[in-house]
Design a binder for this molecule. Structure first.
Ligand code: HEM
Length: 399
């Protein structure tokens, strides 16, 4: 297999790591790896793991030696060339085209009002019940509605997007290269592109402030071609759904685990941005950023072969005690809590991070203001799972 590497005897710890343990609770494993090895060969995943903050940062920033471009990338296979499968001038061109719609002020002025209405409607839909499972009723739904709002797509497409999304998600975890899973995703991508094409025709010449209208009506000299718009909108839609679902659930989970912080937040709602940043550090929704080795090279004295996969473990970096003292403690008063790498850094850093934070803030503000004081129903919540993406499987609250 291209890029396959043999486990060097200097990095023995990763070989013993079991996927079930990583899935259940990766943090003790990350701590062991981080302490003993600068880079670990995860035999169970056939890839390298980097767990120290400065190393994760260095690799993500070193686009000469570590790239998102790989013929073996499932992201490329599923969606083609887009922001997260290109580097250099092409990537910069894509980034310049979409970035203006994701600044804090643009989001505040053009998207937040509609997202708040969506959140309020979802919450009003279950307020009389006295109890709700928040993942299904709110966290899985609001991010899709928000993406439809931001992209300028019809909000009644929520169910279709959900179905397509589930097909994409299976394809991106299809390491066994199952042909049926791949075919299902290709059908989903084709259907999404058809849907986007008709929305692009409708947006042509329309003076609105959605991402779609901005892309379609950009000045001719820096307008993306129709295919490029469809591919990049696909990854933007994909990137903005499960990630935000996890942020909403993880922030609430962190608050329930730390009731004194929840009480403080109820008294001082302005603390919510700090709660969100500390959640992204403490319980990172996206735990890794994947890179491929461009040419044979050495990292921390270990030889890496061209094509090998290196997973930069954001979740581990965010608990590195050399940057975040007492890192397993959830502490919204940390002076440096915004130094987390939860949205990565460098050219591929999350383009939607302001939108993600706005959505989670709105969801939690609306929950706190619309529902009577609520508590977590422990027997119907959890467990928190995952080493690539991490969140509770369910979160039921009652009031
Ligand atoms: C809490 C929610 C989110 C988290 C934790 C998150 C995390 C990340 C991370 C870690 C990366 C870097 C990936 C890498 O370097 O390999 C990334 C990139 C990206 N994210 Fe997010 N994300 C979130 C929400 C969003 C939203 C709402 C959108 C869409 C509006 C979005 C769209 C993207 C895109 C398109 C990229 C690729 C950017 C590029 O390659 O230039 N993400 N995200």
């Amino acid at each position: 297999m291209p890029g396959q590497s043999t486990r060097p005897s200097r990095c023995p710890l990763g070989a013993a790591v079991e996927l079930t343990d990583l899935e259940r609770n990766p943090y003790p494993i990350f701590a062991r790896l981080r302490k003993s090895e600068p880079i670990s060969w995860l035999a169970a995943l056939n890839m390298w793991y980097v767990t120290r903050y400065e190393d994760v940062r260095a690799i993500i920033l070193d686009t000469e030696r570590f790239t998102t471009v790989s013929e073996h990338s499932l992201l490329l296979d599923t969606f083609g060339a887009h922001l997260l499968t290109t580097e250099g001038a092409l990537h910069d061109r894509y980034r310049r085209a979409v970035q203006p719609c994701f600044t804090t002020s643009f989001i505040r002025n053009h998207f937040e009002g509609s997202i708040r209405i969506s959140a309020a409607e979802l919450i009003e839909g279950f307020r009389a019940a006295g109890k709700v499972e928040l993942r299904e009723a709110l966290a899985r739904r609001l991010p899709i509605q928000a993406m439809l709002i931001a992209c300028g797509l019809p909000v009644d497409a929520e169910l279709r997007i959900r179905q397509w999304y589930d097909g994409f998600e299976a394809a991106l975890a299809n390491f066994a290269r199952d042909a049926t899973v791949r075919l299902r995703a290709q059908h989903a991508v084709a259907a999404l592109h058809e849907f986007l094409e008709s929305a692009m025709r409708a947006a042509s010449g329309r003076l609105d402030t959605s991402l779609l209208a901005c892309l379609v009506n950009a000045p001719a000299d820096n307008r993306l071609a129709a295919d490029e718009i469809k591919r990049n909108l696909s990854i933007i839609l994909f990137g903005g759904i499960s990630t935000v679902e996890a942020l909403i659930l993880n922030a609430l989970w962190a608050l329930f685990e730390h009731p004194a912080v929840l009480d403080r937040l109820r008294r001082e709602p302005a603390l919510l941005p700090q709660v969100l940043d500390e959640t992204i550090r403490w319980l990172s929704p996206v735990q890794s950023a994947t890179r491929h080795v461009v040419g044979d090279c050495e990292f921390a004295g270990v030889r890496l072969e061209a094509g090998a996969t290196v997973n930069c473990m954001i979740g581990a970096a965010n608990r590195d005690p050399t940057v975040f003292p007492d890192p397993d403690r959830f502490d919204i008063d940390r002076p440096n809590l915004r130094r987390h790498l939860g949205f990565a850094t460098g050219p591929h850093s999350c383009v939607g991070f302001n939108l993600a934070k706005a959505e989670a803030r709105i969801a939690i503000e609306e929950l706190l203001s619309r529902l009577p004081p609520f508590t977590r129903i422990g027997s119907e919540s959890g467990p928190v799972m995952g080493y690539e993406f991490r969140q509770p499987a369910a979160l039921t609250i009652g009031w």
